[in-house]
Structures are given as structure tokens and as C-alpha cells.
Design a protein around this ligand. Structure first.
Ligand SMILES: [Zn+2]
Length: 396
């Protein structure tokens, strides 16, 4: 961690580099490069995996796509692409009133302590950079006040978090009637779907919420504005919102990654509310979508072959649970893991969830419930609200 932190200081966090990001980078990444991609074919991850994937340049840095039901893919980034990524996040913060070299608390799935760690500290302060790393894995009703005290003591200007982690902490903070007592500029989230409902909960506790949507392939960046819309960053890549039988989806062409140029790459991420003619009242003129819905593999497939998407909102309005996850393990069987708010009415909660599910799926699918303290995360600590076992194929 110390070495990583030192590298971080050199590459990302010192005042000089922050000044460069703030004042010079906008000229460099002025974007809006015109690409006439209309005649090019659309490609996707499966096609790239099929033909094999090698870096296009001598120097590149490796990354991996995540994905639980799909195979992971290695991606390559040029130095320019790495700087661009940093710039696109930093400029988003600067535009929203964050200072040049902010103190940052991080709640993003770092493995800091073993699962059975009981505290009383659940965080690590770094030596060189002004960051406080908090564990995403130990937030509970019993520990929440310790997390909130740690934040009060550290007084970060920004909290960088996974949506699921900060939503969980916000729900416990609400119960404690807690609000930040220092000047917190914003919460900045990314990497997971962030429902409007949870965004409101987090904003109600912590104030301004910024949410960045991107993907490991780095072909599109969209960022949440104060009106709740996600604006396309035209200085990042060339983005098309296309329509197929499942809805509107994001196809992107990168501009600044010579190590892995991708032209018309289908992210497989679906969105809602895109209209190239509509204007957002926040003042940002770039095109926007109202909602990011998520991936194709978030669908459940019924025994008769129909598939049902958007299950992540199935439990909207249910106030008796803290979080939940639906996993389809067989064609006719799903498991629902949930964290109850109170332990004494589990049967009633199961009944309520069961009704909600049957409204959407009918009764051709068996439901099993597992009440737990915390829904398990992926290896990188991410939360998935809907999962489907790999052998339940979408092409049935
Ligand atoms: Zn807007």
C-alpha cells in the first residue's frame, strides 16, 4: 500500500500534476474529434475474444473487464488513455466545486482487513497522499457510527465510493440522524449501477452526489448532473446511443487509446431517455440519457424462454430491507438474498418480496430466500443486484 501510495503521489495526487490537470489538460483533451463511423460495423466483446486481443503499441498497461456471467477480457491502455481517465474524473470534480488538491475518503471495495475483523478501526490512512481508505466489507448497523466518526475526524472534501457502499452507510446514518459537520463538497461514485432511489438517500445525508459511468474498455463516459441526467463527455470519446430490440444502448469509439483502438464498440449497457434533441436545464449542452440501466446479463430467463430485465428495481419501495440480490441458479429457480432491517419479521418480508417477484415473473419460477447480514460482493468488491448463472444462456 505504501508503494502504491507513493506512485499515486507522483502520478496523480501532487499539486503540480493537479494544476496540470486543471489548467493544461482541458486544452490537450479538447475532444470533439470528428469520426465518421456510420459505415463501420459494430463490434462487441464476444467478437474481440474470438479473434484474440493484443496491444497495438509497444507500451501499454493491462486492465481487465469485470463480468460475472461473461468471460473477462484483457484490455490495453496507452499512457494518454491513462491520463485521460484521470482528467475526466478530476475535471468532473473541479466543475463541481472541489478544490485543487482535495482530501479524499475512499470506500471502494479495497480489501483492508480480513472478513472476521471486529475493529474498532475499519480504515487506513495513507502516508503520502491525503486519503483515508475505509473498508467496504465491514459496514453494519453496529459499526456505522465508527465509520461516521472516522469521516468526521478526517474531514474529507470528497468521498469516493461504490454506490452500494455509500448507500449502505447513508441508510445507517439516516437511522442515527447523522449529517456531516464539516464542509463536504461531494460524494463521487462509479463502477456500479446507482438507482435514483439510492442516489436520493445518499444526497439526503451527504449532500451533492456525482456519479461517473464508464467501462473497462473506456469507450464512453457519462456523468450525472444536478438535474439527475447523465451527460455524455464529448472530450472523452465518440458516443452513439443506438436502438435495438432490447432498448437504447451505448456504442463508443475511443479517441485517445492507441494501445487498443476500438471503433463502434457495443458496451452492452442499456440506457433510458435519450433524445438527441432535448436540452437539459442544468446548462450542460452535451447530449444526455435519463438513466443508465445496466447490462444485458442482468436479465433473468423464464422457463418458457422469455427474459425479464430491469429486475434491479423489482423491490423498489420495499422499506423493510437494507439491500438484496436476485440470482437465477436454474431455469426455474432463483435465490433472493436480502438484509432485513429488523430481525423479527423475516417471514413477513419474504412474503412481501415473493409477491413483488411474482408480479414480474409469474409463478413458473421457484423462489428461495436467504436472510443475511450482508450480500456478498464480487472479487473486486462490487455489488450486483441481479446475477444469472453462466449456463443459463440468453440464446435459448
Ligand atoms: Zn444536465
Amino acid at each position: 500500500m505504501m508503494f502504491k501510495d507513493f506512485l499515486w503521489l507522483i502520478l496523480k495526487e501532487n499539486v503540480v500534476i493537479n494544476l496540470i490537470y486543471k489548467y493544461l489538460a482541458p486544452r490537450f483533451f479538447c475532444g470533439n474529434v470528428f469520426f465518421d463511423v456510420r459505415n463501420l460495423p459494430i463490434i462487441n466483446k464476444d467478437q474481440i475474444l474470438k479473434i484474440g486481443n493484443k496491444p497495438n503499441t509497444k507500451f501499454s498497461v493491462k486492465g481487465y473487464t469485470s463480468g460475472t456471467t461473461n468471460k473477462p477480457m484483457t484490455v490495453y491502455r496507452s499512457l494518454q488513455s491513462i491520463f485521460l481517465e484521470e482528467y475526466i474524473i478530476k475535471s468532473y470534480m473541479y466543475e463541481n466545486g472541489v478544490g485543487i488538491s482535495p482530501r479524499i475518503a475512499v470506500l471502494r471495495g479495497e480489501h483492508l482487513f480480513p472478513a472476521n475483523h471486529t475493529g474498532p478501526t475499519f480504515w487506513v490512512k495513507t502516508l503520502f497522499t491525503r486519503r483515508l481508505f475505509l473498508s467496504s466489507y465491514h459496514i453494519s448497523q453496529a459499526n456505522a457510527h465508527l465509520y461516521l466518526e472516522a469521516l468526521e475526524n478526517f474531514k474529507p472534501e470528497v468521498i469516493m465510493a461504490y454506490p452500494s457502499s455509500i448507500s449502505l452507510l447513508a441508510k445507517f446514518a439516516q437511522k442515527l440522524d447523522w449529517k456531516p459537520n464539516w464542509d463536504l463538497a461531494c460524494v463521487l461514485t462509479s463502477s456500479e449501477l446507482f438507482s435514483k432511489e439510492n442516489q436520493q438517500t445518499v444526497a439526503g445525508v451527504f449532500g451533492k452526489v456525482l456519479d461517473h459511468y464508464g467501462q473497462a474498455e473506456r469507450v464512453a463516459a457519462l456523468q450525472l448532473c444536478e438535474q439527475g441526467n447523465y451527460h455524455i463527455r464529448p472530450d472523452y470519446s465518440h458516443v452513439e446511443v443506438l436502438h435495438n430490440e432490447h432498448g437504447q444502448h451505448i456504442v463508443g469509439t475511443n479517441i485517445y487509446n492507441s494501445a487498443m483502438p476500438l471503433r463502434r464498440y457495443d458496451t452492452n449497457d442499456y440506457v433510458e431517455g435519450f433524445d438527441s434533441h432535448s436540452k437539459c436545464s442544468c446548462g450542460n449542452h452535451s447530449p444526455f440519457v435519463e438513466k443508465i440501466l445496466g447490462r444485458d446479463d442482468d436479465y433473468l430467463i423464464l422457463p418458457n424462454g422469455t427474459y425479464v430485465g430491469r429486475m434491479d428495481v423489482a423491490f423498489k419501495g420495499v422499506t423493510t430491507i437494507v439491500e438484496s440480490q436476485i440470482e437465477q441458479v436454474e431455469r426455474d429457480r432463483i435465490i433472493i438474498r436480502f438484509v432485513p432491517k429488523e430481525l423479527d419479521n423475516i417471514k413477513a418480508i419474504e412474503h412481501e418480496l415473493s409477491n413483488k417477484i411474482q408480479e414480474r415473473l409469474g409463478d413458473s419460477i421457484r423462489i428461495e430466500f436467504i436472510a443475511m447480514e450482508k450480500v456478498p460482493r464480487t472479487r473486486s468488491g462490487k455489488f450486483r443486484s441481479v446475477l444469472r448463472s453462466a449456463d443459463i444462456s440468453i440464446n435459448i
